[in-house]
Structure formats: structure tokens, C-alpha cells
Design a protein around this ligand. Structure first.
Ligand code: MN
Ligand code: MN
Length: 455
């Protein structure tokens, strides 16, 4: 591990504090996207839509943002060299594993009210029970009005949660395989117990009725409005310092908001460069980068086309050249080595917390299937750039060859013929409710991304 001076430790601490606030302000992809746009605006970024409407032209140094359906964001700073020379792109994702509320969720059973859920992303379901949860999301009412909901984050707010079976009656449950100890349909969230007074006698779902009454009073929401809602159940509470030595951070959603934060910070701190700098924040990575807001959509390509049009340099061929000549870092988390589970790691090729940004030449599983395999020449160029700035980095594979694996958005951009490599942060407890990262790694990864933008 790199030795830091006291001054460097204080810089890490200050950065960690900003990072914790960033996590607290964005516990869903929508909240995180809105927060990124707000921060970008403070730094002089302007809405691309507005620029296009006013038919303004973009020049070197201009800072713009584009938002896709409130869930994915692109920031760009126009470089001096022109788009055809290629862009420097860092891409992360804003979505995290959670429990999504179904479209017909509210029911009453045995005098208790529940919200039915469908888990989102890869989760070990047994981790999501008996722990405080909050409800975040957006409801579009019958009249078209949109209401934002956050319940369970303020200290005075109630929390909600999924119950678990008491150990005394768990002998059958504990004999089951881990993947079915808690089943998907058992992840319903307990939300109420109190019957509605007026309806206790005549109506049988009096507890459900009372919940509906509260939703009506507080949000003007009807039961049918769940149809046009996106409500997410996420771990309640704020990001915390972790470790007796305060060296780490424990928080929900660090996959992949840690890379979103590091790339955003690097983007804002680095100066105008020759190449156009792009910082992109995708949605739906955890379920395969699908849909209009996932990386597989044309949002990125279309936005680059619009940027080139506004800069007066668009043609179909020039767009293709711009993409082909670009360099990209696929910024996602990696598995931190955990000595308690050493069996699944190759010690020499694992990522260690506190040892800096993690480069994965390739991802994939079992024979590199589904992998993006970065070119040796590209890695050579990156090493030079990072070494010149004295950035701490390490290389790693996600676990032993036959243990499993994972992928990111890297292959999607690599399809344009640009250079792409996975470069992110090692975390522990990945996809659990509370993931753990090292403050030193946040610091090194910001430096690393900054060195990339300044290449
Ligand atoms: Mn991820
Ligand atoms: Mn993930």
C-alpha cells in the first residue's frame, strides 16, 4: 500500500465527505442523475436541448449536458482538436440492485399490509430481509401530475422492510440452498398494521385502506396510480465512515456510484483539453444495459451526433470517425479481495482495497466469454499516463477463472472500434445492501480518471 502524507490523508478525508454526500443525494438512478445535473450546472454546464433549440454553436471549452428520460446523463466538454480526433470517454452506471415495487403491489394479509416487489439486478435475496428500508420513487398520477416520494431517510420518518423467519422455526429453511433460503415472492415489504377506523366493521381490508388513505392525504395518490409509478425499496440511511481507523466507507449503491462520483470529480477538476471529454452515466447496467436508458440504446451515439452538429462538424462519416478514434474507460466496480473467502480469488490477480484504481484488461467468465479484451497497446498508453502522474493502480480479474465472472458496458462502446478498458474501484460486499470501499481508492481513482482526461 502506498504511504500517504498527513496532507494527503486530509485530502482523502475531504473527498470522502463529498462522496458520502453524493451517495446520500442519489439513492436511485433518477435522484443520482438529477444530482449530477445540478452539480454540472454549478460548474457551467448547459442543457444541450436548449443549445439546439436556440441553434447556438458549440466551441472549444463549452460545457454541455444531456439527460435521457431522467435516468442517464452525458456531460461533455468540447476540446480544441475537433471531434474526428476522437473523444476521451469515461462511462459508469447509476442503477443499483434494489427491490422494485410491482404495478399492483398493495395487499393485506392476516391484518398486515404489504407491497409486493420484484428484485432488480443480481442479489443474494437472503441479504434483503430484517433490515431498515426506505421507499424512493416517482408516481405519475391519473391527471399526469408527477409526485416524488422519499420515505424512510429522515430520522423522524418511519422505515419499512421485509420480515424474516425466526431461527426457532427455521430448521427446514436453513436446510435449503442459499439461493432459495428466501424466495423472490417472499421479498414483500411490510408497510402497515393499523386499520382504518371508519371502515373496520364493514370493510375487510381495513389496514390496506388506511395505507391508501395516508397515500391520498400525503401525495394525492390513488391505488391505481401504482400502475404509472417507479418506486424502489432501498436500504435506509446515510453513507457511513467504516473501520476503527476510519479508512473506509460503508454505503448502499457504491456499485457503481463510486465510479460515477470519481469520473464526475475528475471531469470537473480537469482543464480544457485537446480531445473532447465525455463523462457518461448509464442506467440499467445491472440488468444487461437494455432499454432506452441502458448503454445499448442510441442515446450516446445520438448525443455525439447532436454535439457535432452544434459544433458545425457533423456528417455520418465524421461521426463514425469520432467514435472509432475515441478512447474509453468503462468505469465500474471490481471485487475486492476478501481473505474470509480466499477460495474464489486468484491472489496474484485480485484487486485489493486501498491499493488504488483497478484495471481489468478483460472481464467475462469461463474462457473470457462475454468479455471486452482491451488491447495491449492501449494499456501501454494508459500505464504511461498514470505513471507520469504517480497514480496508484493495480490490475485484477474478477475472481478465479472457473468461479464465475461479470461484465460491464465496455463491450458496447468497443463495438464502435474505439479503445476500451475496464477501470474502476475494488469494493467488498458487492451487491449487498451495504458495500464497502476504501477512501484511498476514491482518491487514487479520481487522480487516475483525471490523468486519463488529460492524456
Ligand atoms: Mn456495476
Ligand atoms: Mn453490479
Amino acid at each position: 500500500m502506498k504511504q500517504y502524507t498527513e496532507a494527503e490523508y486530509s485530502r482523502q478525508e475531504a473527498l470522502a465527505k463529498t462522496y458520502r454526500r453524493f451517495l446520500d443525494a442519489g439513492k436511485t438512478e433518477r435522484e443520482c442523475a438529477a444530482n449530477i445535473v445540478a452539480i454540472a450546472k454549478e460548474h457551467g454546464y448547459r442543457d444541450l436541448e436548449e443549445i439546439l433549440q436556440k441553434k447556438e454553436s458549440l466551441k472549444a471549452g463549452d460545457r454541455v449536458y444531456a439527460v435521457n428520460m431522467h435516468k442517464s446523463v452525458i456531460l461533455a466538454e468540447i476540446g480544441t482538436a475537433g471531434f474526428e480526433k476522437g473523444m476521451q470517454i469515461i462511462g459508469s452506471h447509476l442503477d443499483s440492485p434494489r427491490l422494485d415495487i410491482k404495478q399492483k403491489p398493495l395487499y393485506e394479509s392476516s391484518g398486515m399490509a404489504y407491497l409486493d416487489t420484484h428484485y432488480y439486478g443480481g442479489v443474494k435475496k437472503y441479504q434483503w430481509v430484517a433490515t431498515p428500508m426506505a421507499l424512493h420513487g416517482t408516481v405519475v398520477k391519473a391527471n399526469g401530475e408527477t409526485v416524488k416520494i422519499v420515505i424512510g431517510e429522515d430520522a423522524e420518518d418511519p422505515v419499512i422492510g421485509v420480515t424474516d423467519l425466526l431461527v426457532h422455526l427455521s430448521s427446514a429453511q436453513l436446510g435449503k440452498k442459499g439461493s432459495v433460503v428466501v424466495e423472490g415472492e417472499a421479498l414483500d415489504v411490510l408497510v402497515g398494521l393499523r386499520p382504518d377506523k371508519k371502515e373496520t366493521d364493514e370493510k375487510k381490508d381495513a389496514v390496506k385502506a388506511y395505507i391508501l388513505k395516508l397515500l391520498k392525504e400525503k401525495y394525492g395518490m390513488e391505488e391505481a396510480d401504482f400502475i404509472s409509478a417507479e418506486l424502489e425499496v432501498v436500504p435506509a440511511g446515510k453513507a457511513r465512515n467504516f473501520g476503527l481507523d476510519n479508512s473506509m466507507i460503508m454505503a448502499y449503491g457504491q456499485d457503481d456510484r463510486i465510479c460515477a462520483f470519481c469520473s464526475l470529480t475528475a471531469m470537473l477538476e480537469s482543464g480544457v483539453s485537446e480531445k473532447t471529454k465525455v463523462c457518461l452515466f448509464a442506467d440499467k447496467e445491472e440488468i444487461g444495459s437494455v432499454g432506452a436508458t441502458g448503454m445499448e440504446s442510441r442515446f450516446f451515439e445520438n448525443t455525439v451526433a447532436e454535439l457535432m452538429e452544434a459544433a458545425g462538424t457533423y456528417s455520418e462519416l465524421k461521426l463514425r470517425r469520432a467514435l472509432k478514434h475515441s478512447r474509453m474507460l468503462s468505469a465500474d466496480v471490481n471485487a475486492g479481495y476478501d481473505p474470509l473467502y480466499h477460495d474464489v480469488f486468484d491472489k496474484n490477480n485480485a484487486a485489493y482495497l486501498g491499493k488504488g484504481a483497478v484495471i481489468s484488461k478483460y472481464t467475462g467468465a469461463r474462457g473470457k466469454s462475454g468479455s471486452n479484451d482491451a488491447n495491449a497497446e492501449y494499456l501501454g498508453a494508459l500505464r504511461q499516463a498514470f505513471d507520469a502522474k504517480n497514480v496508484a493502480y493495480q490490475t485484477a480479474e474478477l475472481g478465479k477463472v472457473d468461479a464465475g465472472g461479470g461484465g460491464t458496458i465496455a463491450y458496447i462502446l468497443a463495438a464502435y472500434g474505439m479503445e476500451v478498458v475496464d477501470l474502476g474501484v475494488a469494493i467488498l460486499n458487492m451487491h449487498a445492501q451495504y458495500e464497502v470501499s476504501a477512501k484511498a481508492d476514491v482518491y487514487e481513482t479520481v487522480s487516475c480518471y483525471r490523468a486519463f482526461y488529460e492524456m
